[in-house]
Write a new protein. Structure first.
Lengths: 249, 628
């Protein structure tokens, strides 16, 4: 059951979905118990029922309350804590591991009102050079390959959100942030801006296309050649890329 | 007032000396008669002012100031509510002309909410509801009303500061209204006011500047009020009113005020720096293309904002939790279950609320170590919250539950807070938050906690204390109708928000349906809007009830709910000086259903000042109180 979650196209999205689903089960159980408890008290312990004088501070009662809240805490919050930490350590915030993969695809995205500029290093592996691939609102990645995105912003805050891949990261002026994902299937997906960024925030929409590896290689070669043809050394505004930042920070 | 019958009316009219032992923290459990004598001397009775202006406008009486906050708060609740209806209209029928009020308030765009207007509408909805509706109602109105009456004081510690607090607040409210009439409209950078969007880079109009100034002044007013509350509780508790005999309402309001004093100044600093960025050419929060030599740091603002902002959600909910703690006991006719446990849970939550704020910033690219620390601390806060919750549930269990309107609304708070609290843990955890951050799920979560729970708590308090404030009872059938309609619609409304959020729909989108991802949510969004309209209309019985009862004939006695806290020992409404004689407290606030009391007095409750006939008469003056 997906409970309305968007289609998961990423290798690790199941971790988020699993954690949300297990938590939802706990949450629903606790809510139902609470609701029944309140209704039961209202119906069966009403005005005709004689109030049971109980200060609730007897050692036995206190122990019971502490054990009950402790139990809920360790089971429900404990589940979130253990898996949440593992998820970010192993996957979502382990940028170094993704970046270290030999076939990793590196992309720089510069957000501005109200579009996503994307830049690939091209064959030379260096950003801000003649052979860079530069696109607007159109990011293409190969399937089954780690994709590392470094984010910048020109004007205000934006947030690069890939609902189908369960990841999101703010783009902040004056700062490089990052996220990574790995697609497990091909297809066309949407990039959403998740941070309020002004009048046209609602249509700051990009397209993410996951291609089979050969198709991606073809596209990358052609796009790089096109980029080189259109390269203008004098147009400094177009050279917004930066040196790729290594490591987790 | 009739000061002639009061023993110490002729005492020198000196203001209470700070540091005087009116109510020391370590006051003996059974106050000595000398303490009672001293309390009378230190809080002499002042004559009530006679001029209209001093009585109703520039009043220093906490009960009048409470009403001023009540009226203005309700007015702004309506204002914020209308803005909410506009947001919901836009999501139900994107780009369609707003019925009824469109032509009136959206002349320039032909009655349509265009994206620019929409940004101002949702921004001001949030700011007005938080700072100008919930804050004045829960803290301004009921803090002012209940604290002196419940701790047994004649007024606040600093009555003039109290007056200044309201009028500074009035200035802030005026600025909010003015901001709608300047060119380019009111603030539009979201209630969180994140720069650089909130600087001239993103919002060049004067509206944003005026609103940031208004937040600053609202903060100044809040700090003045909070200082008053904190000092009043520490110094002005009646003899015998130890901390562990204070009603939970006072506990909640007191802890809220401590948080306000500590953290609203941080918001003030952030607002001031932002104002400088807007009007003085500084670049504290500007970076990127608009900056000079690298500029400042936009994320710094988020740190400042959320150091205040996370305590703020507890600032709003702690008074509500206090009300709930008292009301479940009062209406289940049982003592609050493990009172001390609830008090310590409230204290623990207050302390923890200061060190969890980072979960609002999980997607800002923070250091993973920092993120993990904030995630751990945030999850820990659910432990005391669970304890508090279990204590409420235990209090109504095996009680003799009565369901008049205040109790219905109280159970409503528990109901919506259960949903709101439980859904918070998804957002405390980094990996699930990376998906849910900035979606409507967050909006649904904080509307259940900060909006639904405080909204219902405000009405619980209004139905409960209206008799004391105005000397009249509210109509019960209308109150019940108001409750059931509100509960059903508010639950469905915010569940709808959460539902689309679970599907990933981002918040603050003028039209979410232009994304392929969320096109299919149009019917759910529309239904959610219908529930919102239903909630708005459901307030009609309350408005009718409020005005009809205000001028109605059903007078409330001293103590219509038959409970023992101090405010119910004085007439409704209380005289200017509250207590003819400062009471001496001999027991806790929830002595209900005690079989011993039932046997000796023939009723199931006993006042905080009342000694049982067989008990040693430690406080002779107190015996006359409370029994009326």
């Amino acid at each position: 059951v997906t409970w309305g979650l968007p289609h998961d196209a990423s290798l690790y999205g199941w971790r988020v979905d699993w954690l949300m689903n297990t938590t939802s089960v706990f949450v629903i159980i606790m809510f139902v118990v609470t609701a029944i408890w309140i209704l039961w008290a209202c119906v069966f312990h009403g005005p005709k029922h004689r109030a049971h004088y109980d200060l609730g501070n007897a050692p036995k009662a206190v122990t019971k309350a502490l054990i009950l809240s402790g139990l809920i805490f360790f089971v429900v919050d404990g589940n979130l804590w253990i898996h949440g930490l593992a998820d970010i350590d192993d996957v979502f915030w382990n940028f170094a591991r993704a970046d270290a993969a030999p076939n990793a695809v590196r992309i720089q995205v510069n957000a501005h009102q109200w579009a996503w500029d994307a830049r690939y290093a091209g064959p030379d592996g260096k950003f801000n050079t003649r052979d860079d691939i530069v696109t607007l609102n159109d990011i293409r990645v190969p399937v089954n390959t780690p994709v590392v995105v470094q984010l910048g912003a020109t004007d205000v805050l934006h947030s690069f959100s890939l609902p189908n891949f369960r990841v999101k990261m703010d783009a902040v002026p004056g700062m490089i942030t990052r996220l990574w994902f790995q697609a497990k299937e091909t297809g066309a997906f949407e990039i959403a801006c998740a941070q309020h960024c002004g009048v046209n925030h609602y249509k700051m929409r990009g397209r993410l296309t996951v291609l089979p590896e050969p198709a991606y290689a073809d596209w990358a070669r052609e796009a790089s050649e096109l980029g080189a043809r259109q390269y203008d050394p004098a147009d400094t505004g177009a050279h917004w890329g930066w040196d790729w930042e290594k490591g987790n920070r | 007032m009739s000061s002639d019958k009061v023993p110490h009316a002729s005492a020198p009219a000196a203001a209470p000396t700070p540091g005087a032992p009116t109510a020391e923290a370590d006051a003996p459990a059974e106050a000595a008669p000398a303490d009672a004598e001293l309390a009378q001397h230190l809080q002499p009775i002042h004559e009530a002012p006679r001029s209209f202006l001093r009585r109703y406008v520039f009043s220093t009486d906490h009960k009048v100031i409470a009403k001023q906050f009540l009226w203005t708060g309700l007015l702004f609740l309506l204002f914020g509510g209308v803005l909410a209806m506009m947001i919901r209209w836009q999501w139900a029928y994107p780009g369609a002309k707003v019925p009824l009020i469109g032509d009136l308030v959206l002349k320039k765009s032909g009655g349509v909410i265009n994206p620019a207007a929409y940004n101002a509408v949702f921004t001001m909805h949030g700011l007005i509801m938080i700072f100008f509706a919930v804050t004045p109602l829960l803290i301004g109105a009921f803090g002012n009303l209940t604290i002196p009456l419940m701790v047994g004081a004649r007024d606040m510690a600093f009555p003039r500061l109290n007056m200044l607090s309201f009028w500074t607040f009035a200035l802030a409210m005026t600025l909010i209204v003015v901001s709608f009439f300047v060119q380019l409209g009111s603030a539009a950078a979201g209630w969180t006011t994140y720069p650089p969007l909130a600087t001239k880079v993103g919002t060049p109009g004067h509206g944003q500047t005026i609103v940031v100034a208004a937040i600053f002044f609202a903060g100044v007013a809040t700090i003045m009020g909070a200082l008053n509350y904190v000092v009043t509780v520490i110094r002005f508790r009646a003899p015998g009113m130890t901390y562990m005999r204070m009603p939970l309402t006072v506990w909640g309001l007191w802890l809220t005020s401590i948080l306000n004093i500590l953290f609203v100044p941080v918001l003030g600093a952030a607002a001031l720096l932002l104002l400088l960025d807007r009007v003085a050419g500084t670049q504290f929060f500007i970076a990127g293309a608009a900056s000079v030599r690298g500029g400042g740091d936009p994320i710094l603002f988020q740190h400042l904002f959320w150091i205040f902002g996370h305590p703020e959600v507890y600032i709003l909910i702690l008074p509500a939790w206090g009300f709930v703690g008292d009301f479940v006991a009062f209406f289940a006719r049982k003592p609050a279950y493990w009172y001390r446990g609830s008090v310590w849970a409230l204290i623990a939550i207050t302390a923890l609320s200061a060190i969890v704020y980072g979960h609002h910033m999980f997607t800002t690219g923070m250091n993973p170590m920092l993120g993990k620390a904030f995630m751990t601390l945030t999850l820990i806060i659910s432990m005391p919250a669970e304890l508090l919750f279990l204590n409420w549930l235990h209090t109504i269990w095996k009680g003799s539950v009565r369901l008049p309107s205040p109790m219905l609304f109280t159970l409503g708070v528990i109901w919506v807070f259960a949903i709101g609290g439980l859904t918070g843990i998804y957002l405390a955890t980094i990996s699930t938050d990376l998906y849910l951050h900035d979606t409507m799920f967050v909006v649904g979560h904080f509307h259940f906690t900060m909006a639904a729970a405080t909204f219902l708590a405000i009405f619980a308090a209004i139905y409960f204390w209206f008799p004391k404030m105005f000397g009249r009872m509210l109509n019960e059938p209308l109150g019940k109708m108001h409750f059931w309609l509100s509960l059903v619609f508010i639950t469905l409304l915010f569940l709808g928000q959460m539902g689309v959020g679970y599907a990933g729909q981002p918040r603050r989108l003028w039209d979410p349906h232009q994304y392929e991802l969320w096109k299919h949510l149009q019917p759910l969004n529309r239904w959610t809007s219908f529930f919102a309209f239903g909630l708005f209309v459901a307030q009609l019985p309350f408005v009718l009830n409020f005005f009809a009862s205000l001028f109605g004939r059903v007078r409330a006695g001293h103590n219509p709910w038959r409970v023992g806290t101090l405010e119910w020992t004085v007439p409704s409404p209380p005289p200017y000086h509250n207590f003819d004689v400062i009471p001496t407290v001999v027991r806790g606030p929830h002595e209900l259903g005690n079989p011993d009391v039932l046997r000796r007095l023939g009723r199931d409750w006993i006042g905080q000042t009342e000694a049982l006939p067989a008990e040693a008469p430690t406080a002779p003056a107190a015996q006359a109180q409370g029994t009326t």
